[in-house]
Design a protein around this ligand. Structure first.
Ligand code: ZN
Length: 288
């Protein structure tokens, strides 16, 4: 009898312990109850983050609602215009559109009825005091290389196109760059605007005092030569910064161009404007 009771007791203990374990596992599964951030990291290491694809560009209507008023105004961006051999010799092929291709591109645009407008036309559009006709373009050149005057200007003038040259003013009069005298001579006809591209082609991500010195010095030097109306800026290397925008605003700059691709120019992005980098290919490949 004693033995029987003992086995019954043992059976009850076993059953209750079993039930306890079952309940514990249902309500407090060990792996969740005990897990610590360290353990999570150890047991479930983060896989390589999924690469984020490029977002689908906003439509004109969407851009207009967010940043408008907007205008479709392709802004072409060039650097060197020179012969292929010269570009190769100077290791500038990547930034060169050959003189021949540039001529073909301008001819094509002219034949298709495109017309270049002044920067002031865009300024007026953003101010609500002017409009930009259909099939308008802006043509810009960065860095004030001497081949601009030698090779690009004669072709621009042959087809009656206006252009803007972004000038790192401290680099003027250096070998390979334009001279102040040439800038003054070119400015006479009124079809070429000279605009701020910092003093030494400095990345505006530098500290605020440095960025201010760079932008202000170029602003002053252009002003001294009577070449600074309207005030337009292009970010060297296409890199923007909040500091640069604050300085540009305080100096009265109306437009600033990046190298971000796009052809919809919006008022609320007037210090953030996109451009189209044109390469040494047929300009029809950019949708013209
Ligand atoms: Zn540049």
């Amino acid at each position: 009898m004693k033995k029987k009771e003992f086995f019954l007791f043992l059976l009850l203990v076993t059953v209750f312990f079993g039930l306890y374990l079952l309940a514990k596992n249902i309500f407090f599964p060990t792996n969740l109850k005990r897990i610590t951030p360290e353990k999570i990291a150890q047991n479930y290491p983060l896989s390589t983050p999924t690469p984020i694809p490029t977002p689908k560009p906003l439509s004109f209507t969407e851009m207009n609602a967010l940043y408008g008023p907007c205008v479709g105004l392709p802004t072409l961006m060039y650097h060197h215009v020179q012969d292929a051999a010269a570009a190769k010799e100077k290791n500038q092929s990547g930034l060169t559109v050959t003189t021949e291709t540039f001529g073909e591109q301008m001819k094509y645009l002219k034949e298709r009825g495109y017309q270049s407008v002044y920067m002031s036309d865009l300024v007026n559009f953003f101010a609500g005091t002017g409009r930009v006709p259909a099939k308008s373009i802006l043509i810009t050149f960065d860095d004030a290389y001497d081949d601009f005057a030698i090779n690009a200007v004669p072709i621009l003038r042959e087809f009656g196109f206006k252009a803007t040259l972004f000038v790192p003013t401290g680099l003027i009069d250096n070998p390979g760059y334009l001279s102040w005298q040439t800038l003054k001579d070119l400015a006479g006809a009124g079809d070429i605007l000279f605009a701020n591209h910092t003093w030494s082609h400095r990345n505006v991500g530098a500290d605020k005092a440095e960025v201010e010195r760079e932008i202000t010095t170029a602003d002053l030097q252009l002003e001294e030569k009577g070449l600074n109306t309207p005030k337009i800026f292009a970010y060297p290397y296409g890199l923007e910064s909040a500091n640069a925008k604050t300085i540009l605003q305080s100096l009265g700059y109306k437009l600033a161009f990046t190298t971000r691709p796009g052809s919809t120019l919006c008022q609320k992005q007037s210090l953030d404007l996109p451009r189209i980098r044109i390469g040494n290919v047929s300009i029809s490949s950019y949708g013209f």
